[in-house]
Design a protein around this ligand. Sequence first.
Ligand code: HEC
Length: 191
Amino acid sequence: MNVPTKIAAGILALAPVGALAQECLVDGDPSELEAEAVSRIYECIEAKMAEGYAGNGDPVGAEFRSWHVTSTRPALAGPHGERFLQTFANGIAAEQYLKFADDGFTMPAGSVLAKESFKVKKGNAVPGPLFIMTKLAVGGAPEAGDWLYAALLPNGKEMKIKQSFCAGCHMNWEDQDSLAYPLEEVRLSSQ
Ligand code: HEC
């Protein structure tokens, strides 16, 4: 994604010295990185991601980092475009989400899950979209399990998406209220 120079310069001016301009170099095949290496890349890129998602005034983009993190580190999952993913759950969603239950529940209305993402391009980690799911009241979106799907670009602007595209895949997890959950090896349990 090309950020217009004027906006990029504006974001850089707000950043702590060096934090955003800095590159996050990745050695070797991203799918073979050790957990510790992924955590180091995340430490390098997280401030840049957070600034970007918050950069256009979207309330979820500005707040999700104060919610409950649901994994020990970002992990590379196949869906969502070979990106490293890390999901945050808001106060309404956290208790149920962190059980990673596989049936017999419906998330409370007002639950919001926000999933940050980054990708490795030419040996450098770069921010990807923030993917968002919001649970509506019963009947709010019957064809999508009452979930509203949204996404923000790395600069915090709303990304144009199709509900049917997101829901079409997430409905594969219908028994667990459309939730796919982080990879098992990185799940943070609530116990
Ligand atoms: C091809 C299947 C697929 C499509 C299409 C898809 N997702 Fe996902 N989504 C997944 C999988 C698998 C996960 C769990 C992966 C992970 O977090 O490690 C996930 C996780 C999520 C989560 C975290 C909550 C959860 O399910 O545990 C959000 C939020 C999310 N997706 C939003 C979206 C949005 C918004 C779109 C459309 C722009 C979308 N997804 C399209 C497969 C898909």
